[in-house]
Design a protein. Structure first.
Length: 154
């Protein structure tokens, strides 16, 4: 914890986050990243579950890089939150659950692109509905944990 705090202070993140506009700016960016992630990858997942069958898979898959960009924005801003107040996050059970669910979602994406996406591209979305259900579930859990963190003042 001291290492994170020292990094935050040394890099200037701590000072920026505790300035008048630091926290609100980073929180807004964090929310925009979440919107990109859910708005693109979430729609892709729903299509994989059979919603909006008239939209071609390849058209939605073109949006996935925007979702990845949103995820990277969330990771960057999330690290800024943690290094500016590590004691507020590291020992918080909601934050620990959030990180666990993010790891599950990440493993799900790796599994999907390694083993499932090729056949789906050829045969259609019905091959991977169970994977999409688990990813959507873990993503909902991350959002719920985030809401819990906000209610706790984090």
């Amino acid at each position: 914890m001291d290492t994170l705090l020292a990094f935050g202070q040394k890099s200037g993140v701590y000072d920026f986050m505790h300035s008048a506009w630091g926290w609100p700016t980073v929180e807004s960016l964090h929310f925009m990243g979440l919107c990109l992630l859910i708005g693109t990858v979430g729609v892709f997942d729903l299509r994989m579950l059979g919603v909006a069958r008239g939209i071609p898979m390849h058209a939605l898959h073109k949006l996935v890089p925007w979702g990845v960009g949103g995820y990277l924005l969330n990771v960057t801003t999330g690290v800024m939150f943690v290094v500016s107040a590590p004691d507020q996050y590291l020992f918080n059970p909601a934050f620990q659950v959030k990180l666990s669910l993010m790891a599950i979602a990440g493993l799900n994406v790796l599994f999907f692109y390694r083993f499932v996406f090729g056949p789906v591209r050829v045969a259609g979305a019905h091959h991977c509905r169970h994977r999409r259900h688990s990813e959507l579930g873990s993503r909902r859990g991350v959002i719920a944990a985030n809401g819990r963190l906000e209610r706790m003042g984090c």
